[in-house]
Design a protein around this ligand. Structure first.
Ligand code: ZN
Ligand code: FE
Length: 255
């Protein structure tokens, strides 16, 4: 039986998401922005919380851990590099480690840049990735604890996942990201198509994720920093991709 997922909103623009293994009944919450919406999602689905898979230490991804742990005695898995900054961690993990949710298996991918120890969880059999605040649809996280080169390398790792991988990110920022992306990549047909799709989804009250890695590669300027045309339009022909990435990130910061 395939894995099931359940997506919901937390705080103002954070996503909460559950992944559930119907065979074993195991259920993981990816991050825990706040406890109440996770509890509501568990009631709605009838699933039992067995694990919390944390992507990074920021409060809008961890504030609900204590309450959920107290109520469900679930296992808390967190990035090794940030385990001391996150409460109630049972298992600290890093690059290449395997994290199971019942019979479902995920592989840890270290994706530093937004925070120094940020990790993503990739479920190869399900072709699902949970990427926290590293990759957003048509955007990427702010580079807070790393530098542009580190973040670019992290994005390359995610870009290298199978094209039909569906990824879940930490925030609903897609519409604002598209407004920015159009200012630097205005002739991109894939971006125009994504703009149309996102308008439709939001107008009908739906979320814009998950998106696929394949679609994102074509439309997200932060994944296109090694595209010669895009580099040229930014006046950076011949520059290393990470410098082009840094310029795009700077422009977004000022947008
Ligand atoms: Zn964050
Ligand atoms: Fe966040």
């Amino acid at each position: 039986m395939p894995a099931e997922t359940y997506l919901f909103t937390c705080l103002t623009d954070n996503f909460g998401v559950l992944i559930h293994d119907p065979m074993s009944g195991a259920t993981a919450s990816i991050d825990a922005p706040e406890a109440a919406p996770v509890e509501a999602a568990l009631r709605k689905t009838g699933w039992r919380l067995t694990d919390i898979l944390v992507t990074h230490h920021h409060a809008d991804h961890t504030a609900g851990i204590g309450e959920l742990k107290a109520r469900h005695n679930c296992r808390v898995v967190a990035p090794r590099g940030e385990a001391r900054r996150i409460s109630h961690v049972d298992k600290a993990v890093g690059e290449g480690d395997t994290v199971n949710v019942g019979g479902l298996e995920s592989r840890v991918i270290e994706t530093p840049g937004h925070t120094a120890g940020h990790i993503s969880y990739f479920f190869p059999a399900e072709k699902i990735a949970f990427v926290g605040d590293t990759l957003f649809s048509i955007g990427c996280g702010r580079v807070i604890e790393g530098n542009a080169e580190t973040m670019w390398q992290s994005l390359l790792k995610l870009r290298g996942l199978p094209e039909d991988t569906r990824f879940y990110c930490g925030h609903e920022y897609t519409a604002a990201n598209i407004r920015f992306a159009k200012t630097i990549d205005s002739n991109n047909k894939a971006l125009a198509a994504r703009d149309e799709e996102v308008r439709r989804l939001l107008a009908s009250g739906k979320s814009t994720i998950p998106a696929t890695i394949g679609a994102e590669k074509a439309a997200n300027p932060f994944l296109r920093a090694d595209d010669a045309e895009l580099a040229k339009s930014l006046g950076l022909s011949g520059s290393p991709a990470w410098k082009v990435f840094a310029e795009i990130r700077e422009r977004k910061n000022r947008f």
